[in-house]
Design a protein around this ligand. Structure first.
Ligand SMILES: *[C@@H]1O[C@H](CO)[C@@H](O)[C@H](O)[C@H]1NC(C)=O
Length: 300
């Protein structure tokens, strides 16, 4: 009975996302696939390429107290020479400076930036083992019939513009999750460690504390951080620390495609990690498909 209800509700959520009936993905399949993606990830930072200094940990009930309890930066050392010369890192870095952070500010996307999006999707999803593994899985479920269709759908899902303020095309899933936005006097989104590192290095971001720390001893680690960016506060900004761009994109896409708007349970190195995603409900693309609203590591 439980199984029937589960399969029914999964089917309904997939159909409402515009996917076909055959596309049923079990929790165990998500766990098995995420273990494989974790194992295939050869570009995440190693212990010698990245050193963090997490300093103060606060209780999850005090995340809004806005005290700078950490005098030093979160990122103590990042081996830019090794990491930033990798094609997927280069592709992500070239996208990060394309956005206007405030909601209500229209995003202009010149053709150079569209090319950067295409390069990012190609390098992360077609030119890495992680990307190919994710595609093969979704293909086996009948969700995509070619890599071209897969990439085109990811492009709309992640980079398609929508409006968070006054009907202006000011936002996208990519901007929200990888870059971060400023909305209503607060930071919204902001779940990528490279964006955190670069802004901290530039002096635009001040790390305050963290309220959760994943159970890992190697990267990618998970932290929920309190910080100020450009004068605005983030109460809990969680990220995979040290993860390669293709790892973030693959696990967020996996969860968004198979568990849209829900908590999704990954298994990474034998440990369970929740990913919460949100659908953007106010506009859609293609055959009623929804843009990605948000995705981030969450405590299950
Ligand atoms: C968006 O739609 C989904 C699925 O219908 C629903 O579960 C969710 O609550 C909606 N989100 C918002 C913010 O209304």
């Amino acid at each position: 009975m439980m199984t029937v209800i589960l399969i029914l509700s999964l089917t309904i959520s997939l159909i409402s996302q515009g996917y076909s009936l055959s596309a049923i993905v079990t929790n165990n399949e998500i766990k098995t696939l995420s273990e494989t993606l974790f194992r295939l990830d050869s570009n995440s930072a190693t212990d010698s390429q990245l050193v963090i200094d997490p300093q103060a940990q606060i209780s999850s009930s005090k995340t809004n107290s806005q005290n700078d309890l950490s005098p030093r930066p979160l990122f103590k050392y990042v081996s830019e020479d090794t990491l930033f010369s990798k094609p997927t890192y280069k592709a992500l870095l070239s996208l990060l400076d394309n956005y206007r952070w405030a909601t209500g500010d229209v995003e202009y996307v010149p053709s150079k930036e569209v090319q950067e999006q295409d390069t990012f999707l190609r390098e992360t999803m077609l030119n890495t083992e992680i990307g190919r593994e994710l595609y093969n899985f979704l293909y086996s479920k009948g969700m995509y019939s070619s890599q071209k269709e897969f990439i085109q759908d990811l492009k709309m899902m992640w980079f398609g513009l929508y409006s968070r303020s006054d009907g202006k095309l000011d936002s996208s899933g990519f901007e929200h999750i990888f870059v971060g936005e400023i909305k209503g006097g607060k930071i919204s989104g902001f779940h990528n460690w490279l964006q955190f590192y670069l802004n901290e290095k530039e002096g635009l971001l001040n790390y305050y504390s963290h309220s959760f720390n994943g159970p890992w001893t190697t990267y990618p680690d998970v932290l929920g951080m309190q910080f100020k960016w450009d004068g605005y506060f983030k109460e809990v900004g969680s990220s995979f620390i040290g993860a390669s761009p293709e790892f973030d994109l693959a696990v967020y896409s996996l969860c968004y495609i198979t568990r849209p708007g829900k908590m999704c349970y990954l298994s990474l190195g034998g440990k369970t990690q929740g990913i919460q995603t949100y659908t953007w409900n106010k506009s859609s693309y293609g055959d009623g498909k929804k843009y990605i609203g948000s995705a981030y590591p969450a405590t299950p």
